[in-house]
Design a protein around this ligand. Structure first.
Ligand code: HEM
Length: 486
């Protein structure tokens, strides 16, 4: 019976579905197993299979029974639009059960997403992030002091943990009341790092269930999900603490209040203030705000250490502006004007964007037009930073970390292809925060009198994007970017 059903379904998908006219291999159009095989069995490899389909079939391809992928930057501003242009929805199936139910990031309906995102936006505006600069510098000082403890000891430090602890502590302070400090923990709390890896593993549906399985059973059955459970327990505790402390409506409008206090004091419906829903919301913001920026910092750090000319140029570029540090700390807006520093930030984001994975959007009200192709309304349609950022016609030798490509006059197509934070109404909430962390982090860590980092048993394969685990990850058996401190 099942076999008959599968055959009828495959025939429908191949010959009668509204997508049957789109180019692409028949076997991917007939069933989702090809994607499952590449993403789950082979771990995060479907992104490369999609790129291969485009090589073979052209800029528009049906990549599974229900989704269209486009590889053409000229379509980007049609697919990813502001809320005022038209309604945009996500493809819910891809986000279900990843342990962030309740978050704006999994709100399918356009208006519901807008309602949830609206009170968050001001917290991460450029103006507000400029107010966080002191806090950002404090966090960087903490990790620098911790690194100095290892000076000349030959202790090996994993920079992935260092930057995850730094970005995690910072977003924790912005969001929560009395969050724990990861940067102060021995070895920079690899548990924080692994909890987030657990959240983003490709077995995400298991991670989602982890909130509901009794702890003892969970720890035995799925150790990686147990780490995620620790993260969700921690978030739960911080939210309950904020609720117990009570909310001062006047103070909640000041610029120094945490996001949780601000939300609890705001006029959002009471149903939006339940602990369960807020845990999902904050796990999504904490995790999105941690691994992404940390990975970009790790990537740039690796290249600056592995290629002395990159490290030297970076040091030289920030020498003047950092001359009186720590007595005088430059502003993020001043650092943005330093061409080589800006070029390193861009090149880091190009090689290590937030996600390699295609970013899927649905247009619930109108069909979308791509050249002669009409994509029916509500059909999941995607593009990917990986494909844009690795186009050799736009970025020659795309696998090479080459900040110089962004210096002086360069092909404007490079900016058009550059989409690390996505665009439109569902683009990255934390883009400004990420930029401020990257600029300040690199200027402080690579100023001439900063602790000198020397790579230890680390090569490019420990940092170069290989796996699409929703976040970008290097090869499976990487031990991270490891350094000694001098
Ligand atoms: C280098 C750093 C970062 C990169 C490259 C990055 C990239 C992205 C991308 C591409 C998306 C769109 C994903 C999608 O639509 O499927 C996204 C969404 C998001 N990002 Fe970031 N991100 C970074 C840092 C941050 C930070 C620091 C925060 C902290 C607030 C953050 C919070 C979020 C949230 C909450 C979303 C979901 C937005 C929504 O659905 O409305 N990100 N990010």
């Amino acid at each position: 019976m099942f076999i008959l059903y599968a055959i009828v379904l495959a025939v429908y998908r191949l010959y009668f579905s509204p997508l049957s006219k789109f180019p692409g291999p028949k076997f991917t159009a007939a069933s989702g197993w090809f994607e499952f095989y590449h993403d789950v069995v082979k771990r995060g490899q479907f992104v490369y299979a999609v790129a291969e389909m485009h090589n073979q079939y052209g800029p528009i391809v049906r990549i599974n029974p229900w989704e269209i992928s486009v590889r053409d930057p000229s379509f980007y501003n049609t697919l990813y639009v502001a809320g005022s242009v038209r309604r945009t929805e996500i493809f819910k199936q891809l986000r279900d059960g990843i342990g962030i139910d309740g978050s704006h990031a999994v709100a399918e309906d356009h208006d519901f997403h807008r309602m949830r995102r609206k009170p968050l936006d001001p917290f991460f505006s450029r103006q507000q992030v400029q107010r966080y600069e002191e806090m950002i510098v404090e966090e960087i000082k903490i990790i620098e002091d911790r690194l100095k403890e290892h000076r000349d000891t030959r202790t090996v430090v994993t920079m992935d943990y260092v930057f995850t602890a730094m970005t995690g502590d910072l977003i924790g302070k912005i969001c929560l009341v009395d969050p724990p400090s990861f940067a102060g923990e021995p070895d920079f709390s690899p548990d924080c790092f692994f909890a987030l890896i657990a959240l983003y593993t490709n077995f995400t549906f298991l991670v989602g269930w982890a909130r509901h399985i009794p702890r003892k059973v969970l720890f035995r059955l799925i150790p990686f999900a147990a780490r995620y459970r620790a993260l969700s327990d921690l978030t739960d505790t911080c939210i309950k603490k904020a609720k117990a402390r009570g909310v001062n409506k006047e103070a909640s409008n000041s610029h120094s209040v945490s996001l949780i206090e601000h939300l609890l004091a705001s006029n959002i419906p009471e149903s939006e203030k339940t602990t369960d829903r807020l845990v999902g919301e904050f796990i999504s913001i904490l995790s999105a705000g941690t691994m992404t920026t940390a990975r970009t910092l790790v990537t740039i750090t690796y290249y600056a250490c592995a290629y002395p000319e990159v490290g030297e140029k970076l040091r030289e570029a920030v020498t003047e502006v950092m001359a009186n540090y720590p007595d005088s700390v430059p502003r993020w807006s001043d650092l943005e004007k330093i061409p080589y520093l800006a070029a390193c930030v861009k090149e880091g984001l190009r090689l290590s964007p937030g996600t390699l994975r295609r970013v899927v959007r649905c247009s619930p009200d109108v069909a979308l037009q791509y050249k002669e192709w009409e994509i029916p309304k509500n059909v999941p349609t995607s593009m990917s930073a990986y494909m844009s950022h690795s186009d050799p016609a736009v970025y020659p030798e795309p696998a090479t970390f080459n900040p110089e490509r962004w210096m002086g006059e360069y092909d404007p197509q490079m900016d058009r292809n550059f989409i690390p934070f996505s665009k439109g109404s569902r683009s990255c909430l934390g883009m400004n925060l990420a930029y401020a962390e990257l600029y300040l982090g690199l200027a402080i860590m690579f100023r001439p009198d900063a602790p000198k980092l020397t790579l230890y048993d680390t090569d490019e394969s420990d940092v170069y994007p290989k796996l699409d685990l929703f976040i970008v990850a290097p090869k499976v058996d990487s031990r991270g970017v490891r350094v000694t401190v001098g």
